[in-house]
Ligand binder design. Structure first.
Ligand code: HEM
Length: 506
């Protein structure tokens, strides 16, 4: 490490220390471009508390904060022209005043651009406010100054907004108005109609990258926007929180384009849709969308539950993955001859436009509290669709030890994704599936019949009255199917609404 300088900084070159060979500014720039992670946090900016900042205060683990941004200066130690000892004076704290006192002219943003850990989190952080925008869908809230919990950080080529929410099923809708404005509906529940309107300091491009990290009872949402021009912005821009007064009863629909359509069974199709507008609607586990279409002069609206990508990948690191906001929506559609919407959808081709609504539904993964260790899923026909995203989520969250799916169909050819479900069961020891057919052929060796109280009693865990349940039941299928299972659970098996959920939007 370079020897330190005890002299105070005056701009006098004599205060500079002799840097070790290979530690010039050019060498530093080369190191920054080498692909090495100088941030120590994987390059994804995080929100840093003062306590966390104070923990990184040694030469081999050194963070400091200047003007609200936290930098990891560990690797810069030996490159600092003022020496390691001087730099150590600012480590583990907000070094803004010290930095300004020593050499306010130093372009630290450029030198440390590859070392950004994130923004210093502060409850009291108030962003500059712009005059309210006059947009028909917005009415401005009564307070003319608004405090926002939106946090942000930037790098030369991107700008990241960070929201922290106390739910694992956040409501997230982002609308981008070219070239520099965003409307963010990022709320803890669907009844909260708050909208954050943001006018950014500079122009950005769309789509953006989004990372939604949901754990039981909390989630963080990071939106990484690419700047049109590489530059460090002095300000965030302007932000105002507003109440969304319109569209409370009505539904908004967005145009999407069919990018693929593939037959799954004799009468079901997997249709993939892609957003065509600058909008991102986050679809939570178990939520459904409405599809609207004028068919033979009549407006038809039907609910469909998106399914996860059917190529299941075993979660490896548990590290959240950034996704593009130009999301794909996969729908499994069963084509009924008399179904106006389903037969219209199944007759479409790639490139056709489909109008979809924002996601809806009251299912919330917070229902799987930490005490739930077993989940039983009763699905009939296309009632499998919400179960697929539930299974996907449960397998990623580590707390549930047993996931048992009972899937009811008429005949074997009606079973949607039979191979995929069986394959998943063979790869994931926590998941099992049983196919139950009401009109099987004579070769069928599996279980036969309809759902019944006897079957529920056989499958579901017994429990004493005074012990809280550690199992949860989800039901989805035609209305008589869900109504019957619900009745048995409540009236015969002692379940309360805390331990089961019926999907009804199908
Ligand atoms: C906050 C604690 C810091 C202290 C106490 C400190 C102190 C010093 C001192 C004593 C010098 C030598 C003399 C001088 O030019 O005035 C110096 C030079 C320098 N420091 Fe720092 N420094 C700090 C942080 C940083 C940071 C975070 C950077 C990041 C990029 C930085 C970049 C430089 C550069 C580029 C020079 C050479 C300036 C020139 O040639 O004019 N310093 N620093």
């Amino acid at each position: 490490m370079a020897s330190g300088s005890s002299g105070s900084a005056t701009g006098n070159p004599r205060n500079k220390v002799a840097l070790k060979p290979g530690h010039s500014l050019m060498d530093w720039i080369r190191l920054g471009n080498s692909g090495k992670d100088l941030t120590g946090v994987g390059g994804v900016p995080i929100s840093v508390t003062r306590e966390q900042l104070a923990e990184h205060k040694t030469p081999d683990d050194a963070w400091l904060c200047i003007r609200g941004v936290v930098y990891n200066v560990t690797h810069y130690m030996d490159f600092h022209p003022g020496g390691c000892e001087e730099l150590m004076r600012g480590v583990g704290k907000d070094a803004t005043a010290l930095f300004n006192q020593v050499h306010a002219w130093v372009n630290y943003q450029t030198i440390l651009q590859k070392c950004i850990v994130g923004r210093l989190h502060s409850e009291e952080f108030t962003l500059p406010i712009s005059p309210p925008k006059k947009t028909s869908s917005l009415t401005v809230s009564s307070n003319n100054r608004s405090k926002s919990s939106v946090d942000w950080s930037q790098q030369l080529e991107s700008f990241t907004l960070l929201f922290n929410l106390k739910t694992s099923s956040p409501q997230v809708q982002i609308l981008f108005n070219e070239p520099d404005s965003l409307l963010c509906r990022v709320n803890e529940n669907s009844s909260d109609s708050r909208v954050t309107s943001i006018k950014l300091e500079g122009k950005i491009t769309w789509p953006a990258d989004i990372l939604i990290n949901s754990l039981t009872g909390k989630s963080t949402i990071q939106l990484k926007l690419r700047k049109k021009k590489k530059a460090l912005w002095k300000e965030f821009g302007a932000i105002i929180e507003v109440e969304n007064s319109s569209n409370e009863d009505g539904d908004e629909f967005w145009p999407t384009e069919i990018t693929s359509i593939n037959k799954q069974t004799h009468d079901s199709y997997l249709i993939t849709l892609k957003d065509t507008k600058n909008v991102y609607n986050h679809i939570n586990v178990g939520q459904h969308l409405l599809i609207k279409q004028e068919i033979k002069g009549e407006e038809v609206i039907r609910p469909y539950t998106p399914v996860p990508k059917l190529t299941y990948q075993k979660p490896t690191t548990g590290k959240p993955i950034w996704r593009s906001t130009s999301q794909e929506v996969n729908l499994l559609i069963k084509c009924y001859d008399l179904g106006k919407m389903s037969s219209w959808l199944c007759s479409q081709r790639r490139g056709s436009t489909v109008m979809i609504s924002s996601p809806k539904g009251s299912f919330n993964t917070d229902m799987f509290t930490k005490t739930i260790t077993e989940v039983y899923l009763f699905a009939a026909g296309t009632g499998i669709t919400p179960m697929l995203s539930v299974v996907d989520w449960l397998l990623k969250s580590q707390s549930v030890l047993k996931i048992r799916l009972l899937y009811f169909n008429k005949t074997r050819k009606d079973i949607i994704l039979e191979d995929k479900l069986d394959q998943l069961a063979s790869e994931e020891s926590r998941f099992s599936v049983e196919h139950i057919l009401s009109e099987p052929s004579s070769e069928w060796i599996g279980r036969r019949g309809h759902v019944s109280l006897d079957l529920l009693q056989e499958v579901l865990p017994k429990h004493g009255d005074d012990i809280p349940r550690s199992d949860f039941v989800c039901i989805c299928g035609p209305r008589p199917f869900t109504a019957m299972v619900e009745k048995w659970l409540k009236e015969h098996l002692g379940y309360t609404s805390e331990n089961y959920y019926s999907f009804s939007g199908q």
